[in-house]
Design a protein around this ligand. Structure first.
Ligand SMILES: O=C(O)CCC(=O)C(=O)O
Ligand SMILES: [Fe+2]
Length: 222
């Protein structure tokens, strides 16, 4: 994988992760052989472990869902072990995903494979906005700044306007995201805007300060 020479830093990229023929077979599987949740808009299917946002760990009540046969050859091998969680998402034309960072503390590395139609992804940090065209069959790794300090999202809209002014219609798209558990369960990036570990620390400190203030008030008898 090659790092894209852009801001944010840390986006690694590989074109043609699979062949167009393989992509067509997968799309046929997605369309005709999988049971999707019955809802409109973006829908997801999860494999591997399920993350519990209450305990910020693997949910012990939901058993590991084995990776299906079609998924096996799509697992990146560059992390030295398979990911703990894989999510297949379907985006009908017009669907998107709000700007977010994938929660820092539970997961470390994050990869995404794009299939079907291309779509523009926006990376954002403050006033800085950068569009990245998620072309079909490309594998993207988000690490460093792109993973921790910039949000990413896909606008809900029917067309994308390319840098040369061409208006491109959205069509059916699928993505597969891969997540590797962060063994420590804490992130040390310190980004109080985007990092759940940093925010939890801040919350605890605020709680202490509040308690200390209460104690002072009680001690002084007022
Ligand atoms: O669809 C994609 O390529 C990215 C999805 C995403 O950001 C996520 O699932 O966290
Ligand atoms: Fe994400």
């Amino acid at each position: 994988m090659q790092e894209l020479p852009i801001e944010p830093s840390g986006i690694f990229w590989q074109d043609n992760f699979i062949t167009p023929e393989h992509e067509q077979e997968l799309i046929d599987t997605f369309r005709n052989k999988l049971q999707w949740p019955d809802r409109t808009g973006r829908t997801s299917l999860h494999f591997g472990y399920t993350f519990d946002y209450k305990t910020f760990g693997v949910d012990p009540d939901i058993p590991f869902k084995p990776f299906p046969d079609w998924l096996q050859p799509l697992i990146p091998t560059t992390e030295g072990r398979p990911p703990e969680q894989v999510c297949l998402q379907y985006y009908p034309p017009g669907a998107g995903i709000p700007p977010h960072v994938d929660t820092h503390s539970p997961y470390d590395q994050l990869y995404a494979l794009s299939l079907g139609a291309p779509v523009m992804m926006q990376f954002q940090r403050g006033e800085q906005r950068v569009d990245v065209d998620l072309t079909p069959r490309s594998m993207m790794q988000m690490s460093g700044d792109s993973r921790l300090h910039w949000t990413h999202g896909i606008k809900k809209r029917k067309t994308d306007t390319l840098p040369d002014g061409t208006v491109r219609r959205r069509e059916d798209r699928w993505s597969i995201t891969y997540r590797w558990v962060r063994e420590s369960g804490v992130c040390d990036c310190g980004d109080e805007k985007l990092c759940d570990t940093a925010q939890a620390k801040l919350g605890i400190e605020k709680g202490y300060r509040w308690k200390e203030q209460q104690a002072e008030v009680t001690e002084s008898g007022t």
